[in-house]
Design a protein around this ligand. Sequence first.
Ligand code: HQG
Length: 194
Amino acid sequence: MITKGNDSATTNSISQKQLNKISKFLSFVLRHKPEAIDLTLDSQGWASVAELIEKGSSKITLTNNLIKQIVVTNDKQRFLLSEDGQRIRANQGHSIKVDLNLQPQEPPPLLYHGTATRFLNSIKQEGLKLGQRHHVHLSTDVTAAMAVGQRYGKPVILQVASGEMFQAEHEFFLSENGVWLTEHVPPRFITTAN
Ligand code: HQG
């Protein structure tokens, strides 16, 4: 289950608040703006940990251990270290072009999307569309979707008939951290779940 920001990782005198700050920084440079610190990502979104530590130092203090701690304890498992620990990437949520080499697969029959009530009219007209990110993000459980929707205001849960979409040849991908991804959810596959 996904919880937000209350993991009990306050080891080595580093507070959860500080870990969250570093996690936000990592999301920023690994998903959206590596050029902010002149960091190089390869075509699959990997950055060198050593380069990240060095180039990030003007903005934030990072160490190998801190990075490992964040990868392991992050509430949504947002990051992945390569097997040798030398490289890091974000599991999903990118706005820059990277190829995560996700393979299409069959989703569960129903998935959920949390959004804010103020977006409902537009979603009913146009369906769920891509924002800045590569995909529309869908959750397997309502609680996770609720947390996502709360970020933008009064939340509402939408139920997506993902099984029917799959039958209708829409592609679905499953990210390394359990988020279902698709390109567009047309309105006919969406119902309001609460
Ligand atoms: C909405 C975070 C109007 C959509 C979260 C959402 C998630 C429309 C917003 C992950 C629309 C896009 C993704 C339409 C979609 N009209 N609004 N036709 N279609 N929208 O942030 O799903 O912390 O790009 O409902 O927890 O909110 O970054 O997507 O409200 O897991 O790891 O447009 O990002 O995870 O917003 O969030 P986003 P999202 P991280």
